[in-house]
Design a binder for this molecule. Structure first.
Ligand SMILES: *Cc1c(COP(=O)(O)O)cnc(C)c1O
Length: 406
């Protein structure tokens, strides 16, 4: 809706943009960004209203299309991702739906990773399939499989890196090359790394997808989402979808996420540093069979992750408890989770509070055992979204259950 701020402030570092980029202050001179709780906007004249509705003149009309608080969030996120523009949505899934409705039609084909977020797999593999959009799901880190899956009708490659919960990493620049040679778009879900650690657009991605619910808010309060891309793509392809489909971000939620962005860099660096300590501690624990964390040299894509994610592993660590067979593994994982007193047993992620979950029975509970095994989600797997608590309190809470296992 409003003019580009990222381009207008090229001299700012990301940390500065995260607290400074917003629409201009009102005449009252508020220092904290204003929250505009209004669904309609008064028009200066009938002529101006007509021009604004026709898209010939800048100006707010109706909050389904735009609201100044939401614009501030969009401008700030775009500045952090290094894209010309962004468009906010009511949730991360609403952003992926907007991506599909904007770019695809019946007969088109998508290539995406088989270890993507569960709801994304369902949206693309089932819901979009009903409208004649075909999809091929490939192994996340196998670049040759992505290349081989491309067809003449392929319009979109959709990647997520690192993935949830096994933190598999894929090479964004290599995928951009495959997509562009095929005349397709590359969209990257940057939920786990966030622009504080990884900027997919700089590596060639055309669209960056966000669940603002996670690290952008960072304190587990509101649902939000966004797409970041070139101005023309936002204005001509995605804004019309927002206007007709209405997956609009509520102004209050936009304000909360806007303020969350101010501490994004501090949080991600601190939570990532604690996650690395936790990953090392887990790796040394006798009751732990395997640790999944891109910051560990034992991670299969460690070098790529360090190159692509500003030398950080991110704040999600997953691990398998040692066990004989799936039944014992599940019982042991449950015992570790039920022994927690400080950390939260919760399936959200990206909070300042450390959250622990059992993917096989929650986020991936709707899959069959065969699908789960193909995705590498064992019954003994525990996911930890590392928060801002002291590392010793995190390890002490996990040790209570783990120490009792052997
Ligand atoms: C949570 C999540 C989403 C969906 O976001 P919502 O805000 O919950 O709709 C999409 N992608 C990834 C990687 C996620 O973790």
């Amino acid at each position: 809706m409003a003019e580009e701020s990222a381009a207008a402030t090229p001299h700012w570092h990301a940390e500065t943009a995260a607290v400074r980029v917003a629409v201009p202050r009102t005449p009252y001179g508020e220092n904290a960004e204003a929250l505009f709780l209004t669904s309609g906007f008064v028009q200066p004249s009938a002529e101006a209203a007509a021009a604004r509705f026709a898209g010939q003149e800048e100006g707010y009309t109706y909050a389904r299309y735009g609201n100044p608080t939401t614009t501030s969030f969009e401008q700030r996120l775009a500045a952090l991702e290094g894209t010309e523009a962004a468009i906010a949505t009511s949730s991360g899934m609403a952003a992926i739906l907007m991506l599909c409705l904007g770019l695809l039609k019946a007969g088109d084909h998508i290539v995406c990773s088989r270890s993507m977020f569960g709801a994304t797999i369902r949206l693309i593999g089932t819901d979009m399939a009903k409208f004649g959009v075909q999809a091929t799901f490939v192994p996340q880190a196998d670049i040759d499989a992505w290349r081989a899956a491309v067809r003449p009708e392929t319009r979109l490659l959709l990647a997520e890196t690192p993935t949830n919960p096994l933190t598999e990493v894929c090479d964004i620049a290599a995928l951009a090359d495959i997509a562009h040679r095929a005349g397709a778009w590359l969209a990257v879900d940057n939920c786990f790394a966030t622009p504080a650690l990884q900027r997919p657009a700089a590596l060639g991605a055309d669209i960056v997808v966000h669940s603002g619910t996670k690290y952008l808010d960072g304190q587990g309060r509101v649902m939000a989402g966004a797409l970041c891309a070139r101005r023309a793509l936002i204005d001509e392809t995605f804004l019309p979808v927002l206007r007709s489909a209405g997956m609009t971000l509520a102004p209050f939620n936009a304000w909360v996420v806007l303020k969350g962005l101010e501490t994004l860099h501090l949080r991600l660096r601190a939570q990532s540093a604690t996650a690395l300590q936790l990953a090392h501690w887990l790796q040394a624990h006798p009751a732990v069979a395997r640790v999944y964390y891109p910051g560990l040299p034992s991670h299969p894509q460690h070098a790529l992750a360090m190159r692509q994610q500003s030398g950080c592993g991110g704040a999600i660590v997953a691990f398998d408890v040692r066990a004989d067979g799936p039944e014992q593994a599940r019982a042991r994982a449950f015992a570790v989770l039920d022994a927690l007193r400080t950390l939260s047993l919760s399936t959200n992620l990206g909070d300042t509070k450390t959250l622990c979950s059992h993917p096989a029975s929650t986020s991936h509970g709707r899959l069959t055992e065969a699908q789960r095994q193909a995705a590498g989600i064992s019954q003994g797997l525990i996911r930890v979204s590392v928060g801002l608590e002291h590392i010793d309190d995190i390890t002490a809470d996990l040790a209570r259950g783990l120490d009792a296992l052997h």
